[in-house]
Design a protein around this ligand. Structure first.
Ligand SMILES: [Zn+2]
Length: 640
C-alpha cells in the first residue's frame, strides 16, 4: 500500500503545480507557450520513480535478481517516451480541450496499467508464488467472484482502498495532464524554432544511431527475450508467461538426455499388478486438520470410515517439496525435487501411458492459465481426457462440482487400465464452498488488517469437510463405472495452508510446517490396508505407487518407495528464497531452514516443537545436527 500512499501524498504538490501553471496560462497566451518544460520533467520523474520504487520492493520481497529493475525501467521509459511523443504530435495538431483530455486518458491508461500490474503481481506472488499474466487476467475477468474467492483475506476493505486509489489517481492525473500537455507543446514550439541546419546536424545522427541499434537489437531478439524472461521482467512475463518462481532455472541438457534414455529403456512388456490407479490431489489439504489423522474435529468422515474398515494405509509424517501448487503437483507427478523439475521429466502419467493405460486428468481450478501446467502434463503424450476448471460450463472455475460433470463424460471401465488424476479445490481458500458444508461457525476469510485465525480456521475446516464429502461422491461415481473393481487409490495434497501461525495465512510465502504438511493415504480396493508408514515427501508418492504394482522405479526419479524402515531419511524443500531439509532419525525429526536473502539458518526439533517456535541453531547441543543438515542442504541446493 505504501506506493499508493506515496501517490496520494503527491497530490497537493501537483495541485500546486496546476494552480501556478493556470495563473501563468492566463497571464500569457492560450497556447501556453511559456509553460515550463519542468512540468514534463517532473511528471516523467514521478512516474519513473514510482516504477523504480515498486521494483525495488518487488526484488526485495520476492528475491528477484536486481537486473530486473533496470530491465523493467527500460520498458517503463519506452512506454512514457511513446506517451510523450504522442503528446507532441497531438499538440502540433490541436491545443483544444479534447486534445488535452485525450492525452489525460492515455497518461492514465499507462500509469494505471503499471500500477495494476504491480498490485496484482504482489498479490499473486505473495499468495500463490506466481506471476500475474495476461491469460490469468483474461480468465478471471470473466469470473470475478472466483478471483475474489482465491484470496485468503476478506477483500472488502482492500476493494475500497483500491477504488479510492483509482479515483484519486484519476483526479490527480486529470489535474496534472493539462500543464504537462502545455509543457510538451512548449517544448515542441521550441524545437520548431531551432534552425533547420541544427536539427539535421543532430537529428540525422540520432536517427541513424537508433536505426542501427534497432537492427542490431532485432538480430539479437532471441537473446534479449531470453534475458527479459530469465530475470522475471513483469511486463514481459505478463505477455509471455514463464513458470513459477521456485528458484533459478537452467536447462540441464545432460539430465534431459538421461531422462530420455531412462524412458526408452523402461520395460513395457513387464508382468505387474495391472490395477487402475486413481490419484486425488486435494489442494492445500493439511493432514493435522483431518479427522482421519486424529484431528479433534471429524472433518473427514468418509476417509475415517475407510480407515475404520481397515482399508486405508496412512503415512504419518508427509511434507510437500514447496508451498505452491505448481511445484507441489509436479513433484508428485515427476517424483523430482525442485532443482530437477522440468517439462521433460518422465512422469508417472507417462509411465502408465507407455504401459498401455488410458490417462484422465480431471482438474478443478485454472491449471493451464495459471501455471501453464498442461504443457508439462502432455510433454510426451496427449491425455485421453483433459479438462480443467476453464472448461466448466455449469460452475465457477474453482467449483469442484465440475468434477462430477467431467466424470459423467468418461465411459465405464472396459478392461483397459486407467490412470486418473483428480484435483480438488474445496479445501483451498479459492475453492467454491457451499453453505451446506459449513459445519463450523463463525467461518469466513480473515481481515488483512486484523487477522483472525479462529474465523479462518473454521472456514478451512469446512473446506476440508466439503472435500471429504466430494471425495465420497467421486468414489461412488467411479464405483458405478467399475473403475474401483481393482484399483489403487491415493489421497494427498500439493501443499499445506498457514492458518495464522507467525501471523501467516494462505500458502506460498514460506516453508514453515503449516505450509508444507500434507496427508498421504493408500487404498487398495482388493486387499486390506498394509501397516502405516512413518515418513516421506511428495517425491516418494509416485515410486510408492509403482512399487505397490510391482513395477521398477525410473532411475532419474529422486523419490523412493516408502516402506517401514529404521534408517535415517532426509527430505528437501524449497520455495523462492526459503530452503529446508528435514531429517527423520527414529522418533526424532529435525528441520533446518535457510533464508537466502538474510543468509540465516533456523533449526527446529519437530518432534518436541512442531510449532517451530524454538530456534536451536545456536544451541551447542545441536551443533552436530546443524552441521549434518547443512551439508545435505548444500549438496542438494548447490545452485542457491
Ligand atoms: Zn495448491
Amino acid at each position: 500500500m505504501l506506493h499508493y500512499l506515496a501517490a496520494i501524498r503527491q497530490a497537493p504538490y501537483f495541485l500546486y503545480l496546476r494552480m501556478s501553471n493556470g495563473a501563468q496560462d492566463n497571464a500569457t497566451t492560450k497556447r501556453g507557450k511559456n509553460a515550463s518544460p519542468a512540468f514534463l520533467i517532473l511528471f516523467l520523474s514521478f512516474c519513473l520513480s514510482f516504477s523504480f520504487l515498486n521494483m525495488l520492493w518487488y526484488v526485495r520481497l520476492f528475491s528477484f535478481p536486481k537486473e530486473v529493475i533496470w530491465l523493467h525501467l527500460i520498458v517503463v521509459a519506452a512506454a512514457y517516451g511513446t506517451l510523450t511523443l504522442f503528446g507532441f504530435f497531438l499538440s502540433r495538431f490541436s491545443l483544444r480541450r479534447w486534445a488535452i483530455s485525450l492525452f489525460a486518458v492515455c497518461s492514465y491508461a499507462v500509469f494505471l496499467g503499471f500500477a495494476l500490474l504491480y498490485l496484482l503481481n504482489y498479490f499473486a506472488l505473495s499468495n500463490w508464488g506466481q506471476y500475474i499474466t495476461f491469460r490469468i487476467v483474461y480468465i478471471f475477468a470473466s469470473d470475478v467472484p472466483a478471483l475474489l474467492e482465491a484470496v485468503p483475506y476478506d477483500f472488502t476493505p482492500l476493494f475500497f482502498l483500491f477504488v479510492l486509489f483509482f479515483l484519486l489517481s484519476i483526479w490527480i492525473l486529470y489535474k496534472v495532464s493539462s500543464p504537462v500537455f502545455a509543457s510538451i507543446a512548449t517544448l515542441g514550439d521550441r524545437l520548431i524554432e531551432v534552425p533547420q541546419k541544427l536539427v539535421i546536424m543532430i537529428g540525422v545522427p540520432i536517427i541513424l544511431l537508433v536505426g542501427i541499434s534497432g537492427v542490431h537489437m532485432w538480430k539479437q531478439m532471441g537473446y534479449i527475450k531470453a534475458y527479459f524472461k530469465f530475470h522475471g521482467e513483469p511486463v514481459y512475463n505478463f505477455l509471455k508467461p514463464i513458470t513459477a518462481t521456485f528458484g533459478k532455472t537452467k536447462i540441464d541438457f545432460e539430465r534431459e538426455a538421461r531422462v530420455k534414455a531412462v524412458r526408452q529403456n523402461f520395460p513395457r512388456d513387464i508382468a505387474f499388478k495391472q490395477k487402475n490407479v486413481i490419484l486425488f490431489i486435494i489442494d492445500a489439504m493439511r493432514d493435522d486438520r483431518m479427522g482421519v489423522y486424529a484431528y479433534e474435529r471429524e472433518t473427514t468422515p468418509y476417509l475415517s470410515s475407510l480407515r475404520a474398515e481397515g482399508k486405508l494405509q496412512l503415512v504419518e509424517e508427509m511434507s510437500s517439496g514447496c508451498a505452491t501448487s505448481f511445484c507441489g503437483i509436479l513433484s508428485v507427478l515427476s517424483a523430482s525435487y525442485i532443482p530437477n523439475l522440468a517439462c521433460t521429466n518422465y512422469k508417472i502419467q507417462d509411465v502408465f501411458k507407455d504401459l498401455g493405460y488410458r490417462s484422465n486428468f480431471l482438474l478443478s481450478g485454472s491449471h493451464n492459465e495459471w501455471y501453464n501446467l498442461r504443457r508439462y502434463h502432455e510433454n510426451y503424450h496427449k491425455m485421453d481426457f483433459y479438462k480443467d476448471g476453464s472448461y466448466s460450463a455449469n460452475y465457477s472455475l474453482s467449483d469442484d462440482r465440475f468434477l462430477f460433470d467431467c466424470l459423467e463424460e468418461i465411459p465405464a471401465f472396459d478392461g483397459t487400465p486407467s490412470f486418473f488424476y483428480f484435483h480438488l479445490l474445496s479445501a483451498h481458500s479459492s475453492g467454491t464452498k457451499l453453505p451446506e458444508f459449513a459445519k463450523y461457525q463463525p467461518s469466513g476469510k480473515t481481515s488483512y488488517m486484523s487477522p483472525d485465525s479462529i474465523l479462518y480456521g473454521n472456514f478451512y475446516d469446512n473446506g476440508v469437510y466439503q472435500a471429504d464429502q466430494y471425495l465420497e461422491r467421486l468414489m461412488q461415481q467411479l464405483e458405478e463405472k467399475k473403475y474401483l473393481d481393482d484399483a489403487l487409490v491415493v489421497f494427498t495434497a500439493d501443499h499445506g495452508e498457514s492458518l495464522g501461525r507467525k501471523g501467516r495465512f494462505g500458502h506460498g510465502a514460506d516453508l514453515y510446517q503449516g505450509a508444507i504438511r500434507i496427508p498421504l493415504a493408500f487404498y487398495d480396493t482388493q486387499q486390506p490396508a498394509e501397516p502405516d508408514l512413518q515418513f516421506g515427501s511428495q517425491v516418494d508418492i509416485a515410486p510408492t505407487i509403482l512399487a505397490k504394482l510391482g513395477l521398477p522405479i525410473p532411475e532419474t526419479w529422486d523419490g523412493v518407495p516408502l516402506e517401514p524402515t529404521d534408517s535415517i531419511r532426509y527430505t528437501y524443500h524449497r520455495h523462492g528464497k526459503y530452503f529446508a531439509v528435514i531429517r527423520k532419525d527414529g522418533p526424532e525429526v529435525m528441520k533446518l531452514h535457510y533464508i537466502s536473502d538474510h543468509n540465516t539458518f533456523e533449526l527446529y526439533n519437530l518432534q518436541h516443537d512442531p510449532e517451530e517456535s524454538r530456534n536451536l541453531v545456536r544451541s551447542p547441543k545441536h551443533l552436530s545436527d546443524f552441521e549434518d543438515l547443512k551439508e545435505k542442504f548444500e549438496t542438494v541446493f548447490e545452485d542457491r
